[in-house]
Every structure is written in structure tokens, then in C-alpha cells.
Write a protein that binds this ligand. Structure first.
Ligand code: 13P
Length: 252
């Protein structure tokens, strides 16, 4: 079973519309001829329309960074799948550790968000990962099991292959401290095994990405691991040159 590599940049709370447009103008000449690798940018809500418009016809997909599970309602400050669909975005991050840690995102909410995104035709990228304390206490697998099982619980089995799961150990995010290849493979393999608990065929198709201090220097080694199908890149995705260098490292 071959899975198409997937490299996604998560801009987090960076870039105005003007900065986003300048970025895309810089990126497209660098990755325009990329074939056989899926690329995505996870963009702040305010710049989504501009990035959808400026990447149209290219190989770059556009993801939001969060989504509410309801279609509409009294949820001040939230954005629904219908609103994202109107902008023609391809998918959305869900459950990023910054949403979980700083903004109270729960596994229970994700249990509604993941199927809601799929039902609306948006591709969910579910983020999971343990903290440093959890790893040191030997609780990595317990945490991942809980996060993956809760979030996928209500996904119809035939839609599981449309979910991407990004394993991002919290201690590796923005720290420059990348997981060792052994740690990354072990955790991503475990995530895939958890999907196999729902459906074995889906587990072979589901893409599992690694995130946490991915750079041009370490991307190829991580993506060569058997259960790692791509990367979710934060800091190194903020400049077109370094994001394209990661794509190049994986290409070669
Ligand atoms: P960094 O690549 O900056 O460590 O961020 C990872 C991340 O959180 C991507 O979602």
C-alpha cells in the first residue's frame, strides 16, 4: 500500500492577508512542479480567501486551523464547516495541541468535529501528542490511545482513510527539540495501530504525519520511516524558501 506523502505548513497566528499573498507569490515558483507529494498550508481564517484565490490551479491545498462542529448557532467567535466550504478550502486542522492546551479544546468536542468536517466535504487533520511530563511518566501510549479513540469514535469506517493524523509531541513543538527517528516511528506506528483497531484496511490508507521542529535538515530522515507519511511544519513553514527546502528534501 503506497500512501502519497503529505507536507503541510501550519502558519499558526502569523500573516496578514498582504503577507499571505506575498508568501504564496514566493512559494509557487518553488513548488509549482511538485508531483506525487500533497502540499497544504494551514492559514488563519482572515487570510483563507486570499490564499485560496492565489493558489487556485496549483498543487497547494488550503486548510483552516480550526472549525466548530455545528452548522450555525450561538457560538460567538466560532467558524462552521459551511463557512469554510464557501471559501473553497480543502480541509482543516483539528485538535492542535495549542488549541487543546491554551483554548480548552476537548476530545469530546473533537469527537463531533472530525465527523462534521467529513460530512461537509472537508478533510480533517487531527493532531495528537503527549506532553514532556506524560512521556517521562511513560504515559505516551495511554495519551495517544485516548486522543485517537475519542476523536475517531463517530467517524464512519468508510471515511477513516480521509482523516489525516498528525502526531506532534508537545515537547518538540517550537523547541528545536525534534523526536528521534525511533521515538517518531514508534509513536506514529502506534497511532496507525490504533486506527487498525477501528478498521485494518483503513489503517493502511490513513496518513500519519510527524510534527515538531521539522526542518529541511531532518525532514527526509523522518519521512523515510515506515509509518511516517509526511510532516506538519510550524516555524519552518513561515518562509517560502524553508518550506520549499523541506519539500525538496523529501522529493530527492
Ligand atoms: P514547529 O515546527 O514550529 O515545531 O511547530 C510544529 C507545529 O505545531 C505544527 O502544527
Amino acid at each position: 500500500m503506497s500512501r502519497t506523502p503529505f507536507i503541510a505548513g501550519n502558519w499558526k497566528m502569523h500573516k496578514t492577508i498582504a503577507a499571505a499573498e506575498a508568501y504564496v507569490a514566493g512559494l509557487l515558483p518553488l513548488v509549482g512542479d511538485v508531483d506525487g507529494i500533497d502540499l497544504a498550508l494551514c492559514v488563519p481564517f482572515t487570510a483563507l480567501q486570499a490564499v485560496v484565490d492565489s493558489t487556485r490551479g496549483s498543487s497547494v491545498q488550503v486548510y483552516a486551523q480550526n472549525m466548530h462542529w455545528a452548522d450555525h448557532g450561538a457560538y460567538t467567535g466560532e467558524i462552521s464547516a459551511a463557512m469554510l466550504n464557501e471559501l473553497d478550502v480543502h480541509g482543516t486542522l483539528l485538535g492542535h495541541s495549542e488549541r487543546r492546551e491554551l483554548f480548552g479544546e476537548t476530545d469530546r468536542a473533537l469527537q463531533q468535529k472530525v465527523p462534521a468536517a467529513l460530512a461537509a466535504g472537508l478533510k480533517p487533520m487531527l493532531c495528537v501528542g503527549e506532553s514532556e511530563e506524560e512521556r517521562e511518566a511513560g504515559e505516551t501510549e495511554r495519551k495517544l490511545r485516548h486522543q485517537v479513540q475519542e476523536a475517531l469514535e463517530k467517524v464512519p469506517v468508510d471515511r477513516l482513510p480521509d482523516v489525516t493524523i498528525a502526531y506532534e509531541p508537545i515537547w518538540a513543538i517550537g523547541t528545536g527539540k525534534v523526536a528521534t527517528p525511533e521515538q517518531a516511528q514508534e509513536a506514529c506506528g502506534f497511532v496507525r495501530a490504533l486506527v487498525a483497531g477501528f478498521d485494518e484496511a483503513a489503517a493502511e490508507q490513513v496518513r500519519v504525519l510527524y510534527g515538531g521542529s521539522v526542518k529541511p535538515e531532518n525532514a527526509a530522515e523522518l519521512l523515510a520511516l515506515p509509518d511516517i507519511d509526511g510532516a506538519l511544519v510550524g516555524g519552518a513553514s513561515l518562509e517560502p524558501a524553508s518550506f520549499a527546502a523541506i519539500v525538496d528534501a523529501v522529493r530527492s
